[in-house]
Design a protein. Structure first.
Length: 109
């Protein structure tokens, strides 16, 4: 729930947020996804590609692997983070995930 003073700030900067999103946000199809760098599961050579990837990664320290996996999970989940604003009372009155309100919109139409 958004407190009244927080809602006041959000509403005051909402026009700038909309302009920023219109100017900076790429369409999802034009943006890279972390899974773009993983082997394609639908290809026949997928098992061989996975084995080759595992061999290349065999000497990486665990801390690097954990960081890479954490970053991939976070990047893949980014569209879900904007959904948080869909749940805030006063931000998305229509409670519609396809809202055109700047705080809820995640890409240019």
């Amino acid at each position: 729930m958004v407190l009244p003073h927080q809602l006041e700030v959000l509403k005051a900067i909402e026009p700038e947020v909309g302009a920023f999103i219109d100017d900076k946000m790429n369409l999802p199809a034009a943006s890279w996804q972390p899974t773009d760098f993983l082997p394609d599961l639908s290809q026949k050579d997928f098992p061989d590609t996975i084995k080759a990837l595992q061999q290349r990664m065999a000497n990486l320290p665990d801390t690097v692997l954990v960081s890479l996996i954490g970053n991939m999970i976070t990047e893949e989940a980014l569209p879900g983070y904007q959904t948080f604003f869909n749940l805030l009372e006063g931000i998305n009155e229509e409670r519609n995930v396809a809202s055109l309100r700047p705080w809820v919109r995640w890409s240019r139409l």
